[in-house]
Ligand binder design. Structure first.
Ligand code: PMV
Length: 314
C-alpha cells in the first residue's frame, strides 16, 4: 500500500488582498490532515471518499470533478498514459469549507500518493502547480496561496505569481483556531469582494494596500523573533476584513471573546463569512481563550504551534 498525507493550513495575514497581488502569510496546521492510501486492485480505478461515504468509479466520473482532475493531471505529469487498476482511499480530518485548506490538502495527498505508487517523486512546486489547477475549479480565481503552503508544508510569505519566499520562524508561537461551524465556500466570498472592489475600487485598493503592509510588518516581527507583536497586527487585519464585508456575526463573536479572554490578537482566517478564526495565545492564556471560544459558540477549537526552528514556544 502507498500512503501520502498533507496538512491543513491557516492564513495568518493578507487573505483576499492576496488575490489582488498583495503579500500574505500562511502556515501549515499539522494537527489536521488529509490522507490518501492507494492499493493495487483488479477492475479499474475506484476512489473511496471515506468521510463522505462516497465511492466513485474513475472511468465514469465527470472529467471536471476535482478528484478526476487531480488524478488526470498527476498521471500526465508522471507520463502514465493508462490509469492504474487500484483503489484510492481518501480520509481527512480537515473540516470542509472552513478556511483550513481541505480541498488543497486532499489534492496534494492524492498527487503525492499517485507519484509514490509509480515509484516517482514530484517536487513540491510541481505538486503545487497541479493542485492550483484543481483550486481553480473550487474557487474560480484562487491566489495560489493554499496549494503553495500545503504542498511545501512550511510557513510561506506569498505574493501571487512571484517566486515563493519561505521564511524562518526563530521563536515559535501558539495559535488557537476556533471553528464557527458555519460552512462558507471561499468562491462566494471571493466573488463578493470582487463585485465590491469593482463598485468602489479606490476604497478596496486602500484596504488591500493596508493588508499588504500588515503582512510585511508581520513577516518582519516573525523573522526578528517578536511573535507577540503579531497580536495588534491581527486585530488591525480583522478590522480591514470587516470593512471588506467578509467577517460575520459568528466570527466577530469569537474574535471578541478571544480578545476579552486575553489573546494578544485575533482575526478570521481564510475566505471568511464563516469557517475559522485564529487567536494568538501563550501558555498562560491558551486554556482561558479556548474555553471562552467554546462559550462564545465555537463548534471546535484546536491549538497549534507555528515553528521553523527548535526553540520552545512562547
Ligand atoms: O478560504 P480559504 O482558506 O481557502 O482561503 C482563501 C484565501 C483567499 O485569499 C480569500 C482566496 C485566495 O485564493 O487567496
Amino acid at each position: 500500500m502507498t500512503t501520502a498525507c498533507a496538512p491543513g493550513k491557516v492564513i495568518l495575514f493578507g487573505e483576499h488582498a492576496v488575490v489582488y497581488g498583495r503579500p500574505a502569510i500562511a502556515v501549515p496546521v499539522t494537527q489536521v490532515q488529509a490522507r490518501v492510501d492507494i492499493e493495487a486492485a483488479s477492475g479499474g480505478l475506484t476512489i473511496i471518499a471515506a468521510d463522505q461515504n462516497q465511492t466513485h468509479d474513475y472511468a465514469s466520473l465527470d472529467s471536471k470533478h476535482p478528484l478526476a482532475t487531480i488524478i488526470r493531471l498527476t498521471l500526465e505529469a508522471l507520463q502514465v498514459s493508462t490509469p492504474p487498476s487500484a483503489t484510492i482511499k481518501i480520509t481527512s480530518s480537515i473540516p470542509i469549507a472552513s478556511g483550513l485548506g481541505s480541498g488543497a490538502a486532499v489534492s496534494t495527498a492524492l498527487a503525492r500518493a499517485l507519484a509514490a505508487f509509480y515509484g516517482q517523486a514530484l517536487p513540491n512546486q510541481a505538486i503545487s502547480d497541479l493542485v492550483y489547477q484543481v483550486e481553480k475549479i473550487h474557487h474560480g480565481t484562487p491566489s495560489g496561496i493554499d496549494n503553495t503552503v500545503i504542498a511545501y508544508a512550511q510557513p510561506v510569505y506569498f505574493i501571487r505569481e512571484k517566486v515563493l519566499e519561505p521564511f524562518s520562524v526563530p521563536v515559535p508561537f501558539r495559535l488557537v483556531i476556533g471553528d464557527t461551524g458555519v460552512a462558507s465556500p471561499t468562491r462566494l466570498a471571493v466573488g463578493d469582494v470582487r463585485v465590491a472592489w469593482q463598485a468602489q475600487p479606490a476604497l478596496f485598493e486602500r484596504l488591500f494596500d493596508a493588508c499588504g503592509q500588515i503582512a510585511d510588518q508581520a513577516r518582519q516581527r516573525i523573522e526578528t523573533g517578536n511573535p507577540a507583536g503579531l497580536g495588534d497586527l491581527m486585530t488591525q487585519n480583522q478590522a480591514l476584513l470587516r470593512e471588506m464585508t467578509v467577517s460575520s456575526p459568528e466570527l466577530d463573536r469569537l474574535v471578541a471573546a478571544a480578545s476579552a479572554a486575553g489573546a494578544w490578537g485575533a482575526k478570521l482566517s481564510g475566505g471568511g463569512r464563516g469557517g475559522n478564526m485564529i487567536a494568538l495565545v501563550n501558555s498562560d492564556t491558551e486554556a482561558t481563550v479556548t474555553q471562552a471560544l467554546y462559550q462564545a459558540g465555537a463548534k471546535n477549537v484546536i491549538a497549534t504551534t507555528i515553528e521553523g526552528s527548535t526553540h520552545s514556544p512562547l
